[in-house]
Every structure is written in C-alpha cells, then in structure tokens.
Design a protein around this ligand. Sequence first.
Ligand code: GTP
Ligand code: MG
Length: 234
Amino acid sequence: MGSRAASDASAGVAPSDGGASPGVPAASPAPAGASPAPGAGDDRGVYVRPTVAGAAKILVVGPLGVGKTTLIGSVSEIRPLSTEAVMTQAGARVDTGGERSKRTTTVALDFGRITLDGELVLYLFGTPGQPRFLPTWRELANGCLGALALVDTRDLEASFDSLGHLEDLDVPFSVAVNSFPDSPRYGEAELRAALDLLPHTPLTVCDARDHDSSLRALIALVTHLIETTGETPS
Ligand SMILES: Nc1nc2c(ncn2[C@@H]2O[C@H](COP(=O)(O)OP(=O)(O)OP(=O)(O)O)[C@@H](O)[C@H]2O)c(=O)[nH]1
Ligand SMILES: [Mg+2]
C-alpha cells in the first residue's frame, strides 16, 4: 500500500495484527440534543426547526463505493435526494473499484440534512465517486464550510485523489474510515502517514450504515471547523 506523500513510496503501511484500529479513535459521543435517529421516510422532519441559529454546507466525499450515499441516507432527517444510476458494462473500464456487489452509483449528487443540537443545520452534499466526475466538485464545493472525507482501508490509494482535490480547492476536511467486514486495521500513525494528513486533521472510524456513528463523524468535522476557523456557522 502506498503513501499519499509525494515520492515517498517507502512510507507504505502494513496492517497491524488484528484489533479494531487501536490507535484510531471513534468520534466522541453525540451530544444529547442531536437529532434522534430517523425512522422510516415518512417520519422524517421536513421543515427546519425554529430554534435553528445557523446553517452550513458540508461535502461528503470519497472514492467509488466508500459509503457516501449510505452515510447521507443514514443520518439525514429528511428523505435524502440521491441520483443513483445502474452501473453498466459500458462503464466497467472507467468506473472501477468499490464493492463487488455494488450495482448502482451516484451520477450527480446526494443531498440530505441534519440538525445538530437543535441549532445548527448541516446541508450535506455527497459527491459522485467516479474519478471522471472530479471536475464537478468545483461547483459542489462552492460555499461549503468543509468536507467529510470517507476512506476505505481496503484501498487507501483510491482516496488520494479526493484528499488532494480538497486541498487544491482549499476545503478544510476531516477523515472518517468507513469500516467494512474485511477492512484491514491500521494504527492511527500508520493511517495518518499513508494519507499524509496534517496533525490537526481529525481521523475517526465510522459505520456509514449507522445513524449515531455517522453523526459522530460529522460532529468531529464541525468541531474541527469551529476550532480552526474560530467561527460558528451562521
Ligand atoms: N459492510 C458495510 N457495507 C457498507 C458500509 N457502507 C456502505 N456499505 C455498502 O457499500 C456499498 C456502497 O455504498 P454507497 O453508499 O453506494 O457508496 P458511494 O460512496 O455512495 O458510492 P458511489 O456513489 O458509487 O461513489 C453499498 O452496497 C452499501 O450498502 C459499511 O459501513 N459497512
Ligand atoms: Mg453514492
């Protein structure tokens, strides 16, 4: 496995012997006031609460099949908008990677909404995962406060483009490892080195299928954004 750091291929990491990514912290618990887990689509709130004092646009990025659509769907308090299309043989040569069982892919964007602590609304925009859609990020990133970058440890190299693109666009971000059953486990230092993360960039583990886990990853991001920008979204 390679490192994202330019020309330092020797910094590759090997899986640590078992364990659940011991060095990589799970994000801290969700605050008591965070929105409850949404139930079936019909139960989801439609209107922004009157208590809301601020809003922020957040990108959810990552390579093909890393779990972006899944995360937005599990955390959104409104019925998420998704633009899934069936992957066909015609795209097989360009749309590589991702879950082998995966049959659809996002072709425009995902959209969802979550209210934190009754006060801060996050509008979540999921990017398409195929590399050929990277140029569309420039538009999607317009006006965003930051990004949650999902990573799959089964193919760390697949995330390099996403992270590099965020840096190019000057979008602050945090990283969340979305764990799959067959994901190799790495220590935090190994992962940070392989992904070439700055020391202050949050690195957490999440399960994109789980509402609370996804929420914690977003809270880690927002906490980081508030700390680094010194501003509360308005
Ligand atoms: N085991 C496991 N499966 C997951 C997890 N997250 C997503 N999946 C599955 O992985 C597949 C890919 O998830 P998506 O959410 O479609 O991935 P995506 O990043 O939106 O993919 P693209 O839009 O094609 O880039 C789906 O079949 C999910 O059910 C996870 O945390 N654990
Ligand atoms: Mg998707």
